[in-house]
Design a protein around this ligand. Structure first.
Ligand code: ADP
Length: 599
């Protein structure tokens, strides 16, 4: 751009320089001509006056030399010019400055020739004698007789030359000033012209470097202004478009990142193009390291690499379930879909779905059905067996019949409870029973529950105690809360040997901290501890599962269904609470429930 400005400036300066020079030359020449014309006119006038005042004598040159020389010298004094008289054949008759007898014939002198033709002749010549430019003006004495004679005045052009030099000097100084001003103006004009272009170029470069906020501030309605407007409009368009693209991109990225399925895109050369957060988590790899690299560099399980290779080769939809052991054990459902762009194979899209939970649920469901059937079968088999024995004749022995009937009664009672628990659990799980929350004063509420179990406790000589400050409230569904407490209390009593004790402690907490009297609390912690047989560590994580019992024979003996803790856990969760257990075999167990005060 700068070179353009320089070029423009040079062109303008050259043009201005040339025109100034031409103007100078023309002016100089015109001035000189005018000056010479004026001098010539003057001299012609002088010569006319001379001729009018003197007598033009004829005769041989020898007779006339004296007269004309004298005249010439006299006239020189008046006119201040060299005066020469020449006869019709070019012989000099008299001269104010030279001896005419020594002078050569003047017929061939340019001014003489011209005078003979047109009456007056002019010539400028260098006189070697005085080493100056001289202006010679010759005139016919009698215009009607071309060969009558010629009078010639010559004048040194020293003054003329000097004044022309002076004029030239003035002119040059003027022209120089003009030139400098012109240079300055042309520089300004060039800059004025190129500056918007430079700005436009700068803005274009910024736009090229993806800075779409850049705008041209060029104003005006000329071509450059229009160009600026066009560039701004283009930048506006680009900015809007880029924003849209960014928006789409971030939308797509957030969709991808928030998907619960893993997504991975691999191009036909096997390079990983894209990978979402879920895929990173499932495969335990980082997209920053792997995007742009070959999928083999992901160092993944053989089966995964194999299915990708198959997909790239076969270009068809493949599906497989693979168990992964890193970063954690899970069952992933792999869907490999070929991507076609403009009917050309572009690579594959791998969608990873964690089906561990689904499969676990399916397994649990079928296990549950199996368990339920099994649990139902046991009492029914007993009832059927004892009834058969009775029918087979045992009914006749009153004592046996009585004990058998008692067993049949107990088993059908168990069956009844079992079915009751199963129905209850399924109701709770499917949330068919809405909870009715109301503030419950825990101290008296738990005390009442303890009273309901007192007969059972007394039978086993178990002391049940309650540590709860009166006046602690929590919002709960009374029936459900009673169910929770009774279940845990019953377990405590039933899994504690005779003479043991069960303790219930109620404490308000704020965050994770117990609070003392009068302080605000947001949760209630209820712990039910017993001095019972305890639960082995390996069973702890599973005791809240349906039908899970640590010791099947013992539990059944105590009349348990194996559903109590499942129901408790569900009910606690319906109250947005949590339940945990700590236990040491032979020492006792503590079940702790944390419930929010407000629902
Ligand atoms: P159950 O009806 O058999 O008691 P639960 O679901 O209430 O079924 O309990 C599951 C299992 O957890 C029980 O079979 C028992 O082995 C164990 N368990 C529950 N509470 C206690 C406890 N307080 N002390 C020892 N073991 C317990």
């Amino acid at each position: 751009m700068n070179s353009f400005r320089t070029r423009l400036t040079i062109i303008m300066i050259t043009l201005i320089g040339l025109s100034v020079l031409a103007a100078g030359l023309f002016m100089g020449k015109t001035f000189k001509n005018n000056h010479l014309d004026a001098l010539q006119d003057n001299m012609v006038r002088e010569m006319r006056i001379i001729l009018d005042q003197m007598e033009w004598r004829d005769g041989t040159p020898e007779e006339l030399y004296g007269y004309y020389t004298q005249e010439a010298q006299r006239l020189k004094k008046i006119t201040d010019s060299r005066v020469t008289f020449i006869n019709g054949s070019g012989v000099v008759l008299g001269d104010s400055d030279h001896d005419p007898e020594t002078m050569d014939n003047h017929l061939q002198r340019a001014e003489v020739q011209e005078a003979e033709k047109s009456g007056v002749g002019r010539s400028i010549r260098r006189s070697d004698t005085i080493d100056q430019n001289l202006l010679y003006v010759a005139m016919l004495v009698d215009p009607k007789q071309p060969d009558a004679g010629i009078i010639r005045l010559s004048l040194s052009l020293k003054e003329v030359d000097e004044s022309i030099t002076r004029i030239w000097t003035t002119l040059l100084v003027g022209l120089l000033i003009l030139f400098v001003v012109a240079v300055f103006i042309s520089f300004r004009v060039a800059r004025g012209l190129t500056r918007p272009l430079e700005q436009i170029t700068r803005v274009s470069k910024r736009i090229k470097n993806l800075d779409y906020r850049a705008r041209v501030s060029v104003k005006g309605h000329d071509e450059i202004g229009e160009l600026g407007l066009a560039i701004n409009a283009m930048a506006d368009g680009l900015q809007v478009q880029m924003e849209r693209i960014h928006q789409n991109e971030s939308q797509l990225a957030s969709v991808l990142d928030n998907m619960i399925d893993g997504v991975m895109m691999i191009d036909r050369d096997g390079s990983i193009v894209l990978m979402n957060r879920c895929a990173e988590e499932m495969l335990g790899i980082s997209s920053k390291e792997l995007v742009g690299r070959h999928y083999l560099e992901a160092k993944q399980q053989y089966e995964l690499l194999q299915i990708i290779q198959d997909g790239l080769e076969r270009k068809e939809h493949l599906r497989e379930e693979i168990t992964f052991y890193f970063p954690e054990e899970r069952l992933l459902d792999l869907n490999l879909v070929p991507i076609f762009q403009d009917e050309e194979f572009g690579g594959v899209l791998l969608v990873l779905q964690d089906v561990s939970a689904i499969r676990r649920l399916e397994r649990m469901r079928s296990e549950f059905v199996a368990n339920v059937s099994h649990e139902l079968k046991t009492p029914i088999t007993a009832v059927k067996g004892f009834a058969e024995t009775l029918l087979g004749g045992a009914v006749d022995d009153p004592e046996t019949a009585r004990s058998f009937l008692q067993i049949i009664f107990d088993e059908s009672d168990r069956l009844n409870r079992l079915i009751g628990d199963i129905l209850e659990l399924s109701k709770i799980e499917s949330r068919r029973i809405p909870l009715q929350f109301s503030p419950v004063e825990l101290s008296s509420f738990i005390d009442k529950s303890i009273k309901l179990m007192s007969a059972e406790a007394a039978r086993k000589h178990i002391v049940v105690s309650l540590k709860a400050e009166p006046g602690i409230y929590a919002e709960a569904d009374e029936d459900r809360l009673r169910q929770i407490i009774m279940n845990l209390l019953a377990n405590g009593i039933s899994y504690t040997p005779e003479g043991g004790h069960v303790t219930i402690v109620v404490r308000p907490v704020a965050g994770t901290r117990y609070v003392s009297d009068g302080e605000d609390y947001d949760h209630i912690r209820i712990s039910i501890s017993d001095s019972g047989i305890g639960i082995p560590k390996k069973d702890l994580p599973r005791i809240f599962e349906r039908f899970y019992r640590v010791d099947k024979a013992r539990s059944r003996g105590s009349g348990g269904t194996g559903l109590g803790l499942s129901i408790v856990k569900h009910l606690v969760e319906l109250h947005k609470g949590s339940i945990t257990v700590e236990s040491t075999v032979g020492v006792g167990s503590t079940f702790t429930i944390v419930l929010p005060v407000l629902q």
